[in-house]
Design a protein around this ligand. Structure first.
Ligand SMILES: [Zn+2]
Length: 240
């Protein structure tokens, strides 16, 4: 059966976040509201875990979200078509009970990116859970231009090659010169765009499940920040 909300699109259910009305529940949240932490960079540098999604709403300007298609429609007419839902059936005494899983990415198109999954018996709660988890999972990534044929010193690409893994799935991201575009499938493209990357080459292996592919991609992006680089290279590649 075709579902009404089958087409990938932004998470439109969000209301404007009311900063004044927010009552933080966690220690970190309270410190943010009192002004002890002023930016998301300070929070990330502190190594403190974000345990309430409102922290990302409060601190990140221009936070936007995208639903990433991780499923395939089943049945006569939907076979092989992209779907935002990954559907599983659970056999119970009352019959088959479907569950819906989805993946949401959040970012500011400027170096911040997070992904999260949500699972539920119904689609809306799954979407909300995924959005919340993505906001708890926001990371800062390094951008730059490490393309030997470009080295323009701008942050349109990535400074060096990274490899991410999830289970047996491997994703490799490589710097690309300006104007190349995102040389990767349309769904992972959405994640890279939200992170603020516009040019990249990629390669991947064992991409049987979409969810593992997105997790491997996120793992690769996180490695951009984990990898230490010297000051000379940092300048050459225009790392931000
Ligand atoms: Zn460049």
């Amino acid at each position: 059966m075709a579902r009404k909300d089958d087409a990938p699109r932004g998470v439109a259910m969000e209301k404007e976040f009311d900063k004044e009305a927010w009552i933080p529940k966690t220690d970190l949240g309270k410190k943010i509201k009192s002004g002890e932490f002023k930016t998301i960079d300070e929070v990330i540098k502190s190594g403190k875990k974000i345990l309430e999604s409102e922290i990302s709403d409060y601190l990140i300007e221009d936070l936007s979200s995208e639903i990433i298609a991780i499923g395939q429609s089943k049945g006569k007419f939907g076979g092989g078509k992209k779907s935002i839902w990954r559907q599983t059936q659970k056999k119970t005494s009352e019959g088959n009970k479907p569950k819906f899983a989805t993946l949401v990415a959040v970012g500011n198109n400027d170096g911040l990116i997070g992904i999260g999954t949500g699972k539920s018996k119904e689609t809306m709660p799954a979407k909300e859970k995924a959005l919340r988890n993505a906001k708890l999972n926001v990371k800062k990534i390094k951008r730059g231009c490490g393309s030997w044929s470009c080295y323009c010193g701008k942050s349109h690409s990535i400074p060096f090659t990274v490899i991410g893994k999830c289970s047996s799935t491997i994703v490799k991201l490589m710097p690309a010169p300006k104007g190349t575009g995102l040389m990767i499938d349309s769904e992972p493209q959405k994640i890279l765009k939200l992170a603020g990357i516009t040019d990249v080459y990629s390669d991947s292996k064992n991409t049987t499940t979409k969810i593992n592919l997105m997790n491997a991609l996120f793992d690769a992006l996180k490695k951009l920040s984990k990898t230490k680089v010297n000051e000379e290279f940092s300048k050459k590649a225009g790392i931000v």
